[in-house]
Design a protein around this ligand. Structure first.
Ligand code: ZN
Length: 268
């Protein structure tokens, strides 16, 4: 027992040391990379470069999956990444709709930390954060356990839906898209981002691929169930949406957005 206790202490000391070391390295990078090329909208940090995020797998490179893989997109100070900044740019600068904040009922699926903090401060009429609770994770108290293939809200309820890199995890994505469409108001908008292959014409999925290692090899992440392709908008249209596609990266260079990632804005 003594040996075990000694080992536990050793691990604890080692973990604390590593945590302190990481904090020192992070602060050093924040100091070193100060600059004017990029500006993080969430923490205000201005930098000369962005940090790396993600990792490459052969399938990500081979299929040119935009929105996955290793890339420079991370704020050195707050760790926010390009996906969150893209939604921010659209809401804050592009959507006149978002000016009427106190009138807007919002559903944010699988809410990202920085984006949800930003939205929480906007005095929205209603801000629902929904996620499908999975056993091994813990969730903040204000997040509702929600399966988006069966959204527990009435038809035409939400003005704004944000579903940012979620559908690639859902086996029955047509049902999820149909549900998102159902709960969207006729005047509302849905932001529907996914990783997309620039190589594939047709979405690749195989229900028999269920082992995490196999999914990683086939789809580029252990919990993805498909690779979306150039037909992604068609799949949204099949669920009822009208879709507008456009890029914002060149318009807001300081945000360090992914030049290959288009926004998919769904209307009813
Ligand atoms: Zn930041």
């Amino acid at each position: 027992m003594k040996v075990l206790k000694f080992e536990a202490n050793e691990i604890s000391v080692s973990t604390n040391y590593m945590k302190r070391l990481k904090t020192i390295v992070r602060k050093a990078k924040v100091y070193l990379f100060q600059g004017s090329k990029y500006e993080c909208p969430f923490c205000g940090y201005k930098s000369s470069k962005l940090g790396t995020f993600g990792f490459d797998l052969p399938v990500i490179l081979e299929k040119e999956i935009v929105g996955s893989g290793l890339r420079r997109c991370r704020c050195y100070k707050c760790n926010a990444i390009d996906r969150e900044r893209l939604i921010y740019a659209y809401l804050e600068y592009e959507s006149r709709f978002f000016m009427e904040k106190s009138e807007i009922t919002t559903l944010h699926v699988s809410p990202e930390k920085h984006l949800s903090t930003y939205l929480s401060k906007q005095n929205l009429k209603e801000y629902i954060k929904g996620d499908l609770f999975v056993g091994r994770y813990s969730y903040p108290e204000d997040v509702v356990n929600m399966d988006i293939t069966e959204i527990p809200y009435p038809d035409n309820y939400f003005d704004l839906i944000i579903c940012n890199h979620v559908l690639e995890h859902i086996t029955n994505d047509h049902q999820a898209m149909t549900e998102l469409y159902r709960v969207l108001k006729p005047s509302g908008i849905a932001i529907l981002q996914v990783p997309i292959s620039l190589q594939l014409q047709h979405t690749y999925e195989d229900e028999l691929v269920i082992d995490p290692k196999d999914r990683e090899r086939e789809f580029g992440q252990y919990d993805h169930v498909r690779i979306y392709a150039q037909d992604y908008a068609d799949r949204l249209v099949a669920a009822g949406f009208q879709i507008n596609e456009f890029s914002l990266s060149s318009k807001y260079p300081k945000l360090g957005l992914n030049p290959k990632e288009k926004l998919f804005i769904g209307n009813k």
